[in-house]
Design a protein around this ligand. Structure first.
Ligand SMILES: [Zn+2]
Length: 429
């Protein structure tokens, strides 16, 4: 097992600025019409607790225009303090536990080498349906998403926003390509201009990739709550009130407990993947992979069978990881794949839980008494269809074992967890 160091690759600068900001609005009205393969839209039931969990922050939650201390101070500077979580989140967690919706599994411990382990006596059953520790890449939690529909390639990138993001966003804009971006909370805090670029200019789909990128199964229920809740909160505050519908666990580290907290408390489904470029390891010494090796792998996948469709793990972490996607991009069309943002792979999904196009949804969140019913109403009216009563399990997937892809994706250490904010710049320790 190679010990990878991503200190340089993961360092975050607050000075990232790109000319993309000045670009005219790239998408004509209505250009983002969805073309996903399955029918119907999806919204949470109006009594789903997520509708009551998020309120605008003291600065009124509007577009953050300046990286002022008063703005950044609203959020945790590093790993969220479990003693400083909004009571509404804790209440929702306890309600879900009381209803028997959260498996009572202990947190794992991570030794920095292999997959996180459960206590003796439990770890032996890590790949059964009770635990289904997906970090091993052999067990699939039924409610999580792993595959794209036949013939489709889901486009998505982890670990943004970073200094490398503008290059990627420029390319995606040029290709008029929709994409999902699994964003890290503290990175949004420190690269807010690039977040604006993704959301406002590129009109990309924003999803959650936790606050500080930890191994999620190592955390207590309350720590999981903080990692997901604060990332939703900063996205909510930076998008006039959008609550993401999807998240992705760092290192693919998820089990039934973590998956259930995300789903039952925050209404989010985990988007996994079925191929891994390991692009992040290019920054290691020696490199875990190279641009040439990634191109070979991408060629194999894109010229291979179209069933199931592809969800490939890629990152907007460095210029090299971005280049790996740009190099492979022509092969997507040449081989007849339908390329679409990962959270649009099923047209019954929406990017955000409060609707896709409804700017009024934000107003439903800022008044507690209007939290649940009006949020749902505005979501359904925004789509022009009635709110569907469907659960996350309606993605049609079933539990199965995955004997391929045995190479785990968790081998690089959770360096971001050890970062601290100094003068607005994330310093990794
Ligand atoms: Zn990541």
């Amino acid at each position: 097992m190679v010990a990878f160091s991503l200190l340089a690759a993961l360092s975050v600068s607050a000075a990232a600025v790109s000319a993309v900001v000045a670009h005219p609005h790239p998408h004509p009205e209505g250009s983002r019409t969805r073309s996903a393969p399955l029918p119907d839209r999806w919204y949470h039931d109006e009594d789903h607790p997520v509708h009551a969990l998020f309120r605008s922050q003291p600065t009124n939650g509007k577009r953050q225009s300046m990286p002022e201390v008063a703005w950044t101070a609203q959020y945790p500077a590093s790993s969220p303090d479990v003693n400083d979580l909004p009571q509404a989140w804790l209440d929702a967690l306890n309600d879900a536990k009381d209803a028997g919706k959260i498996p009572a599994l202990p947190p794992t411990t991570y030794n920095g080498v292999d997959a996180p382990h459960y206590p003796t006596g439990i770890d032996e059953n890590r790949n059964n349906a009770t635990i289904c520790a997906a970090t091993d890449r052999v067990c699939r939690i039924p409610q999580d998403v792993w595959d794209a529909p036949d013939g489709y390639m889901g486009i998505g990138f982890d670990d943004g926003p970073t200094d490398a993001s503008p290059t990627l966003y420029d390319f995606l804009e040029q290709q008029n390509l929709s994409s999902t971006h699994y964003m890290i909370g503290v990175y949004i805090l420190n690269n807010w201009r690039n977040f604006q670029m993704a959301y406002d200019v590129l009109e990309a789909d924003i999803a959650v990739h936790t606050w500080t990128h930890p191994f999620m199964t190592t955390l207590t229920d309350e720590q999981v709550l903080g990692q997901l809740g604060w990332t939703i909160q900063i996205i909510y505050d930076s998008t006039d009130g959008k609550v993401p519908r999807f998240w992705r666990p760092p290192y693919g580290d998820i089990d039934t407990r973590v998956s259930a907290i995300a789903r039952e408390v925050f209404g989010m489904t985990a988007m996994m993947w079925n191929q891994d470029t390991e692009d992040w390891s290019m920054a290691s010494t020696p490199p875990g992979t190279t641009l040439d090796q990634i191109h070979t792998e991408m060629t194999r996948w894109l010229t291979g069978p179209k069933s199931p469709g592809l969800i490939i793990l890629e990152h907007e972490l460095t210029n090299d990881t971005v280049q790996a996607f740009i190099d492979a991009y022509p092969m997507i069309g040449q081989n007849g794949w339908n390329a679409i943002s990962q959270v649009q792979l099923n047209s019954s999904w929406t990017t955000y839980q409060d609707g896709e196009e409804d700017d009024d949804a934000f107003n439903s969140f800022i008044t507690p008494s209007a939290s649940s019913s009006s949020a749902s109403e505005s979501a359904s009216s925004g789509s022009g269809s009635s709110a569907a009563s469907a659960s996350a399990s309606d993605n049609g997937l079933t539990a199965e074992s995955n004997s391929s892809g045995s190479t785990p994706s968790f081998v690089y250490p959770s360096l971001v967890s050890f970062g601290v904010l100094v003068g607005g710049i994330l310093v990794l320790m």
